[in-house]
Design a protein around this ligand. Structure first.
Ligand SMILES: Nc1nc2c(ncn2[C@@H]2O[C@H](COP(=O)(O)O[C@H]3[C@@H](O)[C@H](n4cnc5c(=O)[nH]c(N)nc54)O[C@@H]3COP(=O)(O)O)[C@@H](O)[C@H]2O)c(=O)[nH]1
Length: 830
């Protein structure tokens, strides 16, 4: 840019020259110290882009220089410098054609580059407008007048380009049918008397029907005031009477009409721009995003209400300050340097930033910084728009907590516990340390859930979690894997004994009873399995699997205890898995058979019935004992289908023998606790009896006492439901569980079966004999029949006889045998 600076004050001139050198090093600056020197330089040294002139010069004024420039139509922008408070002079300068002015106040030098740029843009725009030809659509019916006017204007005002038409219809045909400007014409020149319509009617159509705002100049031979008034009312821009010499005035009138039209359009555009600005301001004021605008030095010049809402700083506390007063101290210098580098280089930066509110609280925000540029593309301001994302971060943190923690106990869930274990293994591997994984399962937790309800179960789990946590170090991990299963992770373990100590401490912690909110007292113990890294596995899955296997052994070996993982547990687990797979297949392939063990009257040895006992005969392999597969069938739920099959098979067999006229007595079928829990036993029985046609009194159901207790409150309803079908009920394995006759007397039990472990030592163990005697006596008092299991010797039978036991089964008379053998030996006397 080339600038001529006309200034007589040497101090001002010096300051400005230095400022230019600093801010606009590429500008070519020429100096003049007076009006005459200014004129001289403009005339002699060639053109400049901008003249910057002080208003008060020793030999004249800046306005005179402006007039000199404008008279010569020099293509330069003109900016005047005024003293502060000299507003009038500034306005006069603008009226005289200055493109802008600058008041010499405190920081005018800083604003100077932007002002010069804007003035240059404005001057260029005005020049463009002035150099463009003005298109005049001229409607004149008289050929002579048309030719005369055309010739006159071509000479006096060649920039006015006339297109002549001879009718109103031709005018209408050339103009758009609706809206705004007239397209191909800048001004309309209409003769009043047109052959098809007078100019007033034509103006009415153009303004009112078509809504065109093109300037209209009307000429008429009749100088009537009434027509003139009407024309102006209809929106005609100017009105000229064809008096002698009017053609000399016409160019000025047309030019003025054109400029007025431009002015009207500019004003409309300005109004539109102001409306737009108002709208933008309203948007900025009402947005929930904080907005701050700073100048190029970074001083805040504007903020919106959301800024105050988020930061807590009112406008008077923020304006004029550098936004660094919001800094949180969380980011280092290089962070801010990177941000500014991007903003200066690309005019844009976006990212997450931590700031500090007025109340001292730190918060995260998502900030977008943009440079605002003027028409010449130079930055004038920076705008920062930010969203307070603290709520979002809180929600994210809550979601992450939910995803990684058990909602009931707030302990780490399986996902987090396993990921901590994985990490702990990495650390142990690096540091050559040992760690222990403890899998802990509550013993008979289901009983609490089933008998006291799920909310009591939940309360108990929370209490257990709290007790476990209280026994662990801060750095130990306690997680809930699901249900009543917990995991403890002990890192940096000196020796395996450390894990044993923690396990026994945990078992001790669970020793005292839990008293729940409703006053119920519950005893809850745990079985714990321990695996060690690196001894028992080197990845998290192996360690969990092995600790789990050890935990199952702890359960199998009496519960409320702890077991360490050993190699043979792996083999056991593999065998169980294999058995489970084969079991599923066996049921589908019909590899099961039912054997029947006969039961007899102690008094006379006669057959009173039999117990149905299932056998698994895999093809080509030895028979598998129910003791091996029934527990797995129960765990996997296969017992439901298997038990139903046994029941149907036995009922069908009994019905067949009865139909033959034989006397097989009652058939006893075992009912497992899992069958009761997982299926509708009553419906299953009803269906079996209906389908086979066996009379209900011929069917006896054997339920262990512990199965019954596991039903809790529902035991009574369950037994009443079964009894309502007409079947008989027997308590199996009596003596091995709670052996509570007081408990059993509430139910309509028909028979007690004394477990063979009591029968075995009847002859040698006085205690067993005393217990058996008491059981028989009490059962008789409760009107229950007593049947002894596992009778193997005549001595045992004699003692049972003495005690008054009514029935027995056992190898003394027969093991369980296939149906064919049973029929032959005990029914047909073969
Ligand atoms: N839910 C179901 N459980 C069943 C079913 N079939 C069997 N079982 C249960 O499996 C366990 C083992 O049964 P099993 O190997 O058949 O053992 C039974 C008898 O064979 C055995 N018995 C009988 N007489 C003697 C004897 O004189 N000495 C001796 N050492 N053992 C003997 O006792 C078992 C009888 O069991 P129970 O009367 O049920 O307690 C066992 O728990 C079965 O209940 C089935 O279809 N469903």
């Amino acid at each position: 840019m080339r600038v001529l600076y006309v200034e007589d004050n040497p101090v001002d001139a010096d300051l400005l020259v230095r400022s230019f050198a600093r801010q606009l090093p590429d500008v070519e600056l020429r100096l003049a110290r007076s009006l005459a020197e200014g004129i001289d330089r403009l005339g002699g040294e060639g053109m400049v882009d901008v003249v910057l002139a002080d208003l008060c010069l020793p030999d004249g004024s800046g306005i005179e220089l402006l007039n000199w420039v404008r008279d010569r139509r020099l293509p330069v922008a003109f900016v005047v410098l005024t003293g502060s408070g000299d507003q009038r002079a500034a306005v006069a300068a603008l009226k005289a054609g200055a493109d802008d002015y600058l008041v010499k106040d405190g920081d005018y030098l800083r604003r100077l580059p932007a002002t010069l740029n804007a003035a240059q843009v404005r001057a260029r725009h005005l020049r463009d407008c002035r150099s463009r030809p003005v298109r005049v659509l001229y409607a004149e019916h008289h050929r002579f007048d048309a030719d005369l006017t055309t010739r006159q204007l071509a000479q006096a005002a060649p920039h006015l380009r006339l297109e002549v038409v001879d009718s109103a219809a031709a005018v209408l045909g050339r103009l758009p049918v609706a809206g705004g400007a007239a397209g191909s014409a800048d001004v309309l020149l209409l003769d009043y008397l047109l052959p098809d319509m007078d100019a007033l009617d034509l103006a009415k159509i153009l303004r009112q029907e078509r809504g065109l705002d093109v300037p209209i100049v009307m000429v008429t031979g009749q100088g009537s005031e009434e027509i003139a008034a009407q024309a102006l009312r209809l929106g005609v821009t100017d009105y000229l009477v064809k008096h002698p010499g009017y053609l000399n005035e016409l160019p000025l009138v047309l030019d003025k009409a054109f400029r007025d039209g431009e002015l009207v359009r500019e004003r409309a555009a300005l109004r539109e721009a102001v409306d737009k600005l108002r709208l933008h301001a309203a948007v900025v004021d009402s947005t929930h995003d904080g907005v701050l605008i700073s100048d190029l030095d970074g001083n805040i010049v504007s903020i919106n209400p959301a800024f105050t809402e988020v930061t807590g700083y009112a406008p008077h506390e923020a304006l004029g300050r550098n936004p660094r007063f919001l800094q949180s101290g969380r980011h280092d210098r290089s962070f801010y340097q990177g941000m500014w580098a991007a903003l200066l280089e690309t005019g844009y930066w976006q990212g997450e930033l931590w700031n500090r509110r007025k109340n001292g609280e730190l918060y995260p925000e998502w900030l977008t910084l943009s440079a605002v540029r003027n028409e010449a593309g130079a930055p004038t301001h920076y705008v920062g728009v930010f969203t307070d994302i603290s709520k979002l971060r809180n929600v994210e943190a809550r979601l992450s907590h939910l995803a990684h923690h058990d909602p009931l106990t707030s302990l780490p869930n399986r996902l987090l516990a396993l990921s901590r274990l994985e990490h702990a293994i990495e650390v142990a591997q690096r540091k050559g340390q040992r760690l222990a994984v403890l899998c802990l399962d509550l013993d008979r937790f289901k009983t609490v859930n089933d008998s006291l309800g799920h909310s009591a179960g939940d309360e108990l789990l929370c209490e257990v979690a709290a007790r476990l946590r209280s026994r662990l170090r801060e750095e130990d991990t306690l997680g809930r894997l699901g249900g009543d299963e917990f995991l403890v992770l002990l890192e940096d373990l000196d020796a395996p004994e450390g894990a044993a100590l923690v396990a026994s401490d945990i078992i001790g912690a669970l020793e005292p009873s839990f008293v729940l909110r409703d006053g119920a007292e519950v005893f809850m113990h745990a079985s714990i399995g321990v695996s060690l890294y690196p001894d028992d596995g080197d990845d998290h899955l192996a360690l969990i699997r092995n600790a789990d296997a050890a935990m199952y052994r702890a359960k199998a070996e009496g519960r409320n205890t702890c077991r360490f993982y050993t190699e043979d547990l792996t083999r056991l687990a593999a065998r169980r898995l294999d058995l489970e797979t084969r079991l599923r297949r066996a049921l589908a392939n019909g590899e099961f058979v039912v054997h029947y063990q006969p039961a007899f009257s102690v008094a006379d040895g006669s057959l009173i019935g039999a117990e149905a006992l299932v056998r698994w005969q895999p093809p080509g392999e030895p028979m598998v004992s129910p003791g091996d597969f029934i527990p797995i069938a129960e765990e996997t739920g296969l017992i439901v289908g298997l038990g139903e099959w046994v029941l149907n098979t036995a009922c069908r067999q009994w019905r067949a023998w009865l139909d033959e006229g034989l006397q097989p007595g009652a058939i006893a079928v075992n009912l497992s606790v899992e069958q009761i829990r997982r299926s509708d036993v009553q419906a299953m029985l009803r269906a079996a009896l209906e389908e086979t046609g066996l009379a209900p009194h011929c069917l006896e159901l054997e339920i262990t006492e512990s199965s019954l207790m596991a039903q809790g409150e529902q035991a009574e309803a369950l037994l009443a439901g079964l009894k309502s079908l007409g079947v008989r009920l027997a308590i199996d394995d009596f003596g091995t569980g709670y052996s509570s006759l007081a408990y059993l007397k509430r139910f309509a039990i028909d028979k007690l079966k004394i477990d063979h472990s009591f029968v075995k030592d009847l002859a040698d163990d006085r205690n067993d004999l005393a217990i058996a005697a008491a059981v028989v006596a009490m059962a008789q008092a409760l009107e229950m029949t007593v049947q002894a299991e596992g009778v193997e010797t005549e001595g045992q039978l004699a003692l049972l006889h003495e005690l008054g036991c009514a029935a027995f089964q056992g190898y003394l008379r027969s093991p369980p045998v296939p149906a064919e053998a049973f029929g032959r030996r005990f029914l047909r006397g073969g």
